[in-house]
Design a binder for this molecule. Structure first.
Ligand SMILES: [Zn+2]
Length: 315
């Protein structure tokens, strides 16, 4: 029986109450009056059943659990940063963990000890933790960063947020290479700081590029590889952007491919390397080869200081 046959058969079927709806073979039927009878009649074509499920979810939101140990100026800035990020790179409802439209953020100052143990267990540092059923953001801010007014107390927010964004596009665990996950979050973090605070965080915190970044980049595919502040992963992402620019992509387009298109493709692929070769016009092996033409110096791959994140995500 073809789907059309089923649909026309259902049209004649009686129903019990005006306004009831049901979906058969992606066609929505509404119970309506025909003469003295109530029958199912075709009302509209719905593209997929998933669209109608997503439409019922609320807009995605973060729930802030901010401990009183945090300085009030940090709390205010945190809220501003999260608002900016929500507008720049919105998270799709239900994309992080099934049927969830919110994520908890737990933040506290390191000297106070984790005040949220009953909710999140014995976690320290900053991360996106949990699993596909429930994920949450942890931001334990070292007291030293407040005392010395270090930019990292703010940059950690876009960094962790960007992992949520990556998850929302991938719609599964980020089983990709470390350098594209962390290099993505860490370059995004620096672009955010550069744009909103007029401060070049690449040159401050991400200058430690290992020699292996140019002659043995494969090692940065796994989390076991050692690097300081993801300096080598940042270098690899920025070098990829430079290689794409050599192929006549604009800087904005190149970042968009790394930040967005790659993850959307990864959602459809079992292996990140397949997604890489599909999205980028340079094969992964050829990209690694091209790195031999670079020096392991962050200054050789810095993005332009006038780059605005909005132009990456709206292009
Ligand atoms: Zn990270």
């Amino acid at each position: 029986m073809s789907p059309g046959d089923t649909a026309s058969a259902k049209i004649k079927a009686k129903c019990s109450k005006i306004g009831l709806t049901k979906v058969v073979n992606k066609i929505t039927f509404t119970c309506s009056k025909s003469g003295k009878n109530l029958i199912w009649s075709k009302s509209k074509i719905t593209s997929t059943t998933t669209t109608s499920v997503q439409a019922t979810l609320e807009k995605f939101s973060f729930k802030y659990n901010l401990d009183s140990s945090l300085p009030s100026d940090f709390v205010a800035e945190f809220q501003t940063v999260m608002k900016n990020l929500g507008e720049l790179t919105p998270i799709e409802s239900g994309s992080i963990s099934s049927n969830k439209s919110s994520m908890d953020v737990y933040s506290w100052k390191s000297t106070t000890g984790n005040p949220f143990q009953s909710q999140i267990g014995d976690i320290t540092g900053s991360s996106i933790s949990g699993n596909q059923n429930k994920r949450f953001m942890v931001l334990e801010i070292p007291a030293l960063e407040f005392d010395q007014k270090l930019m990292h107390r703010y940059s950690v927010i876009p960094h962790e947020y960007f992992h949520v964004y990556q998850l929302s596009l991938a719609k599964k665990d980020l089983g990709a290479g470390k350098w594209i996950i962390e290099g993505g979050a860490a370059t995004f973090e620096s672009l955010y700081i550069q744009q909103y605070y007029g401060y070049n965080y690449f040159k401050d915190a991400q200058t430690n590029v290992g020699l292996a970044a140019i002659n043995n980049p494969q090692i940065f595919e796994t989390y076991g590889s050692e690097e300081i502040n993801y300096g080598s992963s940042v270098f690899l992402v920025l070098a990829l952007v430079k290689e794409l620019q050599k192929l006549n992509y604009s800087e904005q387009q190149a970042f968009r491919m790394v930040y967005l298109d790659f993850w959307i493709e990864f959602a459809k692929q079992s292996d990140w390397k397949i997604a890489f070769d599909k999205i980028f016009p340079v094969k992964l092996a050829d990209f690694y080869q091209s790195l031999l033409g670079y020096t392991n110096n962050i200054n050789s791959v810095l993005p332009s200081e006038s780059l605005r994140l909005q132009t990456i995500f709206s292009s």
